[in-house]
Design a protein around this ligand. Structure first.
Ligand code: PEP
Ligand code: MN
Length: 283
């Protein structure tokens, strides 16, 4: 099948946030506290820890990032870990903690759906389903996610061409779900000085190949020291949003501590992002 799906209009992240905050009745959820919808001129930042570790941790980080202007909370409850001996997430307990954080702060939550077998459970708690880099060509999972009407944050796999990204996203769209955000998070190259090489060119190129918003996650490519620089480079590249890993105590994080910036560093970065964004849109 080679037909190109048609779209009513490009789906902006601000619109997504707006839709998320207005769809609780449909899902019979307790309404989130009132908060302002991110206006179109605010640059959307999704922030939070790699993994949900405890209720106290996720609620505290959620409050901090919200106060710094984040529009969505991230946190993994089912973690794809390279080694099976690493912390693999709190599972449904972690999802419940995310729900508490959402109810406390009003921030919608994005969390990874690691497998078709967890989809029904994750659907009960998430506002956005994350497809991780390792699952970006798990076509069965993509098809199942495509049958839902949940927004999907699709992370580019670490060895995936642009065309392969477009094809993978079509698996989601074919089920009728067009609410996809594409996320560049770095790819595997010969360079050993970074965890993954962030492909900034992916932003304008994928935006030209699809109608979906393209955001950047600099956190999975570089260590915390370089995250702010790469985040700002992403804003300048025309990205539609950022996904940043933030921890209240990175040295004790159960996953990805080296790349997590602190809540204080996040506050500084978030302000710079908005400032830069204002310059970018005035160019
Ligand atoms: C994550 O977001 O924590 C994660 C595991 O990301 P990726 O799939 O990009 O490695
Ligand atoms: Mn992570």
């Amino acid at each position: 099948m080679t037909s190109t799906p048609s779209y009513p209009s490009p789906y902006s992240i601000s619109q997504l946030i707006h839709d998320l905050e207005n769809r609780q009745p449909e899902n019979k959820r307790k309404p989130a506290p009132q908060r302002n919808v991110a206006p179109a001129n605010i640059f959307p930042i999704i922030a939070g820890p790699c993994s949900v570790e405890s209720e106290e941790q996720i609620v505290s980080i959620a409050q901090s990032v919200r106060n710094s202007g984040a529009v969505m909370l991230r946190g993994g409850a089912y973690k794809p870990r390279t080694s099976p001996h690493s912390f693999r997430g709190l599972g449904e307990d972690g999802l419940k903690m995310l729900k508490t954080a959402r109810e406390t702060t009003g921030l919608p939550v994005v969390t990874e759906v690691l497998s078709v077998k967890y989809l029904d459970t994750v659907l009960k708690y998430a506002d956005v389903l994350q497809i991780g880099a390792r699952n970006s060509q798990n076509f069965t999972l993509l098809e199942e996610v495509g049958k839902t009407r949940m927004p999907v944050l699709f992370k580019r796999g670490f060895a995936m061409t642009y065309q392969e990204v477009v094809n993978a996203v079509e698996y989601i769209e074919m089920g009728g779900n067009n609410r996809v955000i594409i996320c560049e998070r770095g790819m595997r190259t010969f360079e050993t000085g970074v965890r993954n090489t962030l492909d900034i060119a992916a932003v304008p190129i994928l935006k030209g190949m699809t109608h979906h918003p393209v955001i950047v996650d600099p956190s999975h490519s570089v260590t915390a020291k370089y995250v702010p620089t790469m985040a700002l480079a992403s804003v300048a590249s025309g990205a539609d949003g950022l996904l940043i890993e933030v921890h209240n105590n990175p040295q004790d994080a159960l996953s990805d501590g080296d790349q997590a910036i602190t809540t204080t560093e996040f506050a500084v970065l978030a302000a710079k992002v908005q400032q830069l964004h204002q310059s970018v849109i005035s160019l």
